[in-house]
Write a protein that binds this ligand. Sequence first.
Ligand SMILES: [Zn+2]
Length: 283
Amino acid sequence: MLCKIGDVEVWRLLEIHGPFLRPEELFPTAGPEVGARIEELVPNSLCPTSGKLILPIQGFLLKSPSHNILVDSCVGNHKTHPDDPEWHGRSDTRFLSALAAAGLTTADVDYVLCTHLHADHIGWNTRLQDGRWVPTFANAQYLMPRADEELQRGRDSDTYKESILPVIEAGQTELVLEGHRLGDCITLIPTPGHTPGHVSVRIESGGKTALITGDALHTTAQCQHPEWHFKYDHDAESAVTSRISLLEQAAESGCLVLGHHFALPSLGRVSAAGNAFKWEDLD
Ligand SMILES: [Zn+2]
């Protein structure tokens, strides 16, 4: 178990942990020294041979007394990514092994909450069975941001056809808007920009609070530099606005913060520092 927020256990389901892309490519407005700045703020987060930023791709499993909720489902197996050999046609058991280590089978997951509908967050939404894509979590309701579903449907991409549409056709999808609440403990916070419908997740239980950022931030170095644009942002300026607002909430409340792509342990706290913020890993 990664941590406990009141009565809610948080488990990490790690699928990939390795070099992704070079910092100057990921953060195109951050200037040529961005790699050195990241290394200063997040030591050992760059691959010494390639210079690429080392990112985890993981989901967070929330075990509350009433529900098991998966927040994002990584890249998945057998998905089509012709431009990305590491994501293409994977056949890997790490994600499902992590679910088993948390004491659950796929049938035990009650909700799959998608912070947004990018390929590295929805891959295990489905799995290939006898040549057909079927929901991996047969008993789960899948919550997807409405604006992201519209965007992906318009693109009719492989990601839509493989990881979104089969869940909709199975009748297991609820298209949600920001502010949606799930049980007593979970609220979706609007953080648009990275995608139009992107949400972050607030957990409140037993007087404790935590925030799961989703892709509102990709590295904790963005606490000091929330103004950095990210290569894959849909609307980079509105992503900046959302990032600052989320960091303000985190700093004011002093709550725990978890980020899907933050350097491990991907868990810490944010405080105000000058015109920006400061990150501290939780021991
Ligand atoms: Zn992502």
